[in-house]
Write a protein that binds this ligand. Structure first.
Ligand code: GLA
Length: 411
């Protein structure tokens, strides 16, 4: 069932999420009749930061035309959900498969998008052969470094000047702030991090190079990340920024924790990007910021409470949460380079299958039919509250009025 916020009498509408909207907008909503397009997110945030989405193949091959159109309309940056991960682009020794990655980059270029490379060195979605020696022998540091070098120089070199920003290392800090105990650390030693950045910098000296992770809003993990960053810099590493994945829940982290996290990294002179934003609405499965893809839980009915649609009250909570988050992002528009949603519509989200397989999740700004949700409107409203916003510099209420004709959906 579709819920159209604007077909019900104003007095009976739940207006909590509208609190951020101006009186002019509400009037415009009430009087507007003619259908008009919704504002494009990339225009709404054009004075602030890139607004991005992680893409799957159906979007950048444009086999899903609805979603491809949404991407082109709304997003100024793209990330590859899976196609540049080691297991896909370099599945067997000496064999690279660039078919999908080439198409991803071409899609971004033809639509003038800021193209992200994700990710070069990670412990997950990396084939086991990478860490194995010949004939069951343990792998030496030298051989793994050579494999890492071949991987990074081949891929970064191929897209030199085209992929503008790389997540060089992903999820390398543990919850307690120590270096994560990965095969990279065990086999090469701590300087694998320095080497990864050096190899990437050599392959494309102009590319931005990022460290990307989840749960950096937790002070202990963040302190460990800051220690690591200082060591990398002391070793001469060209680190451009930190990617905060932003796999959030409704209540955690708090806006203040997000704010503190941005400032702690910005104070080191780093750019900050929200690299994988989503808000998990589903109950119980995890109450921490853990976003380790290896975490798995048994399916239970109570963990999938909205198999058909998200009730309006939940929809409003999601909208309020996104408004709060974007208020922080906009406050720090000078520090934030990019805000990327991890997926385009709710149908695409990894949270339909993580950490419980087969749930129906609602973490993004567009519903399963590609319609903007209340959460979409609330981020636009957050931008409108910002005096420097592009919305406040263009022609009057026209853009916002067009929102009135959008069918806000709670599917
Ligand atoms: C991590 C990775 C992403 C993606 C998400 C979940 O955050 O960095 O590439 O795998 O998990 O989909």
């Amino acid at each position: 069932m579709k819920f159209n916020l604007f077909t019900r009498p104003l007095a009976r509408r739940p207006l909590g999420w509208l609190s951020g909207l101006s009186a002019a907008f509400v009037v415009a909503v009430a009087v507007s009749a003619a259908p008009a397009p919704v504002p494009a997110l990339k225009d709404v945030f054009k004075n602030d930061f890139y607004i991005g989405a992680a893409l799957n193949e159906s979007q950048f091959y444009e086999t899903d035309q609805t979603e491809a159109a949404l991407v082109k309309t709304h997003f100024s940056s793209i990330s590859p959900e899976n196609d540049l991960k080691w297991e896909q682009i370099h599945p067997t020794p000496g064999h690279f498969d660039f078919t999908d990655a080439d198409r991803y980059v071409a899609f971004g270029e033809s639509n003038k998008m800021f193209i992200i490379g994700h990710t070069l060195v990670w412990h997950s979605q990396t084939p086991s052969w990478v860490f194995e020696g010949e004939n069951g022998q343990p792998l030496t540091r030298e051989v793994l470094l050579a494999r890492m070098h071949e991987h990074i120089s081949t891929i970064v070199g191929r897209y030199r000047g085209r992929i503008k920003s790389w997540d060089v290392v992903n999820e390398v800090i543990d919850e307690d702030g120590s270096l994560r105990k990965t095969p990279w650390l065990r086999i090469i030693g701590e300087d694998y991090l320095v080497k990864a950045f050096q190899f990437a910098h050599e392959a494309d000296p102009q590319a931005e190079l990022y460290y990307n992770d989840y749960a950096l809003e937790n002070p202990g993990k963040r302190a460990g990340a800051i220690t690591m960053i200082k060591k990398l810099r002391a070793a001469g590493v060209q680190l451009s920024g930190v990617g905060l994945q932003g796999h959030y829940k409704l209540q955690i982290p708090t806006p203040q924790e997000v704010d503190d996290t941005i400032m702690d990294f910005a104070n080191l002179g780093l750019k900050v990007s929200f690299s994988e934003l989503d808000v998990d609405m589903l109950p119980g499965a995890r109450n921490s910021l853990n976003a380790d893809v290896g975490t798995r839980m048994e399916a239970e009915k109570r963990l999938n409470p909205y198999p058909k649609e998200l009730p309006l009250a939940e929809q409003q909570k999601l909208a309020a949460r996104y408004a709060d988050l974007f208020a922080v992002f906009l406050k720090h528009r000078g520090e934030i380079k990019r805000v990327t949603l991890w997926g385009v519509t709710d149908a695409d989200s990894w949270l339909n299958d993580w950490p419980v397989v087969g749930r129906t999740s609602y973490p993004l700004l567009f519903d399963r039919a590609g319609k903007p949700k209340l959460a979409f409107m609330s981020v636009v409203a957050a931008a409108q509250k910002n005096p420097a916003s592009a919305l406040n510099r263009s022609s009057g209420t026209g853009t916002m009025a067009s929102l009135a004709d959008t069918s806000a959906s709670n599917r």
